[in-house]
Design a binder for this molecule. Sequence first.
Ligand SMILES: NC(=O)c1ccc[n+]([C@@H]2O[C@H](COP(=O)([O-])OP(=O)(O)OC[C@H]3O[C@@H](n4cnc5c(N)ncnc54)[C@H](O)[C@@H]3O)[C@@H](O)[C@H]2O)c1
Length: 283
Amino acid sequence: MDIKVIGVIGAGTMGNGIAQVFAQAGFTVRLVDVAQPMLDRAHTTIQKSLAKFVEKGKLAAADRDAALQRLSFTTALDQLADADYIVEAIVENADAKRTLFAQLDQMTRPETILASNTSSISITTIGAATKRPDKVLGMHFMNPVPLMSLVELIRGQATSDASMQAASSLCAAIGKTGVEAADYPGFIANRILLPMLNEAFYAVMEGVGTPEAIDAVMKGGMNHPMGPLTLADLIGLDVCLAILNVLHDGLGDPKYRPCPLLKRMVAAGYLGRKSGRGFYVYA
Ligand SMILES: NC(=O)c1ccc[n+]([C@@H]2O[C@H](COP(=O)([O-])OP(=O)(O)OC[C@H]3O[C@@H](n4cnc5c(N)ncnc54)[C@H](O)[C@@H]3O)[C@@H](O)[C@H]2O)c1
């Protein structure tokens, strides 16, 4: 299949990065969000990110301008009717994703592949909301998208080899490496990462160490590029909680129980970097 037009739905932390990397690689990209302010913010974020690449000599100014030309921003989902391939990056909520996929199934061409950037929700369940589960897969980008080379590709129960192959080729086209994972809660990345972040939340709650001390131990002692609490703030504490809930519900083991401190922070609106406050305070 000749893929030229990419639809990206959700212009938050992930969606704007996903739209940027496809536009940089020469695809026409339509970024959709229900909230106009999120689209405006995404536009600014993408401009700043591309400007940094230009400053560092990694992107020519003309290529930056061309990438921006290929991007459009809209609140109208029907602008994706002619998309060849769609990546959904809306809230981490199974009902919201299933409703959206059922809508996309109605309004797009039957051959269009529908990918979800979900961190943990079952691709099989999302695919079952459509009449084309063979063309539904997980394309799990890492944050920040323009800098991270990995994309986890999740094969749902009914996902076809052709759809997996198309996603893998797209990863190569945008300069990323696709690695296949099976459709179990959290896939590979978050099945392993989130229990570690959760343990760090418990360590803060129990006073084992301050966020600064915990991050310093994991950076200096384990050679992690970023401490777990800094990383959780970057991911978004609401997203962390949603993933832990999926792991806990889907795998049933109490070891995945989300830390009560995390729940309390999310209830207070302390979502990390995006809300200006999480384990750290951001200006
Ligand atoms: N944050 C991370 O580090 C990270 C990493 C990998 C994957 N993910 C996954 O990516 C997805 C998006 O996460 P995020 O952190 O970018 O979230 P976010 O909260 O930053 O952004 C979500 C965006 O989706 C929009 N939205 C909500 N419902 C919508 C709908 N029906 N149609 C169109 N737009 C809608 C919201 O207005 C918001 O702009 C989630 O599934 C999350 O699990 C997140």
